[in-house]
Design a protein around this ligand. Structure first.
Ligand code: NDP
Ligand SMILES: O=C(O)C1=N[C@H](C(=O)O)C[C@H](O)C1
Length: 233
């Protein structure tokens, strides 16, 4: 496949290595919106910055190029992108986290939320830790985890640095040099603690997931998620 990398930072470079190993060609690598013709690509992979994601994705959809986006921090415009994709009969996948491990963790989190829903003794919190260059907080993955709990419990919303309440899931975001991404869900009672945690050791899992998603999306139309790609039921 001829791949366009929209965003050639930490993730763009990691994706390039994996894509080349899997026999793909990188035809565009860009860190701005100027001077490239997206129609030269079979598929585009956007790992850029929150302020550029919507314009990068829309450009691909408008040129009938299937597009994968892993950029976080722009989701208030997700519905707008989905409408454009449906209107243009394009192909699009967004995932806050492309790694297989985190996508399994998402499902585990939903199951645990269902089990804990009727039990009143525990207070719930989410913690995410990332490197100090990260632009957005909380992480997209932490938001997906909170949404998974909201869909399966009486919780109504998440809030950064909130105190615990019946309706609110507090998320804390820590920034520590070099941490690729650690997410913890914690249910705490007076007598014990139940914790599930995913720790990324490096960025290879995110990058492999994005390339696998790109391979999967080519030839399809519609809006999909990693659950579709990984067939997680
Ligand atoms: N979904 C997932 O699995 C994962 C998602 N992410 C997310 O991916 C995004 C990128 O992460 P990361 O690679 O670490 O960040 P980096 O800052 O290393 O890379 C971002 C790149 O985007 C470039 N850029 C800026 N504006 C544009 C534009 N208009 N078009 C194309 N590229 C542009 C930047 O260029 P310059 O430096 O010149 O400004 C930079 O090279 C973040 O939102 C992060 O949260 C990260 C890991 C996994
Ligand atoms: O910025 C990062 O690095 C990461 N961002 C994603 C997020 O916001 O969840 C995924 C991963 O945790 C790394």
């Amino acid at each position: 496949m001829k791949i366009a990398l929209l965003g050639y930072g930490r993730m763009g470079k990691e994706i390039e290595q994996i894509a080349l190993k899997r026999g793909h060609q990188i035809v565009i690598k860009t860190s701005d919106q100027e001077g490239y013709d997206i129609s030269n690509a079979d598929v585009a992979i956007d790992f850029s910055v929150p302020s550029a994601a919507v314009s990068n994705i829309s450009n691909c959809i408008n040129h009938q190029v299937p597009v994968i986006s892993g950029t976080t921090g722009w989701l208030e415009q997700y519905d707008q992108v989905v409408s454009l994709c449906n209107q243009k009969k394009g192909a699009f996948i967004y995932a806050s986290n492309f790694s297989l491990g985190v996508n399994i963790f998402f499902e585990l989190n939903k199951q645990l939320a269902k089990m804990m829903n009727t039990i009143e003794d525990y207070s719930l919190s989410i913690e995410e830790i990332h490197h100090t260059q990260k632009l957005d907080a909380p992480s997209g993955t932490a938001i997906s985890l909170a949404e998974g709990i909201i869909a399966n419990s009486a919780k109504k919303k998440w809030e950064l640095d909130a105190s615990n309440s019946d309706e609110i899931i507090p998320i804390s975001a820590k920034r520590i040099p070099e941490v690729p991404g650690t997410h913890t869900i914690c249910y705490e009672s007076d007598v014990d603690q139940i914790e599930i945690k995913h720790t990324a050791h490096n960025r290879k899992g995110f990058a492999l997931g994005a390339v696998v998603a790109a391979e999967w999306l080519v030839g399809k139309t519609g809006v999909y998620t990693m659950k579709d790609v990984l067939n997680l039921g």
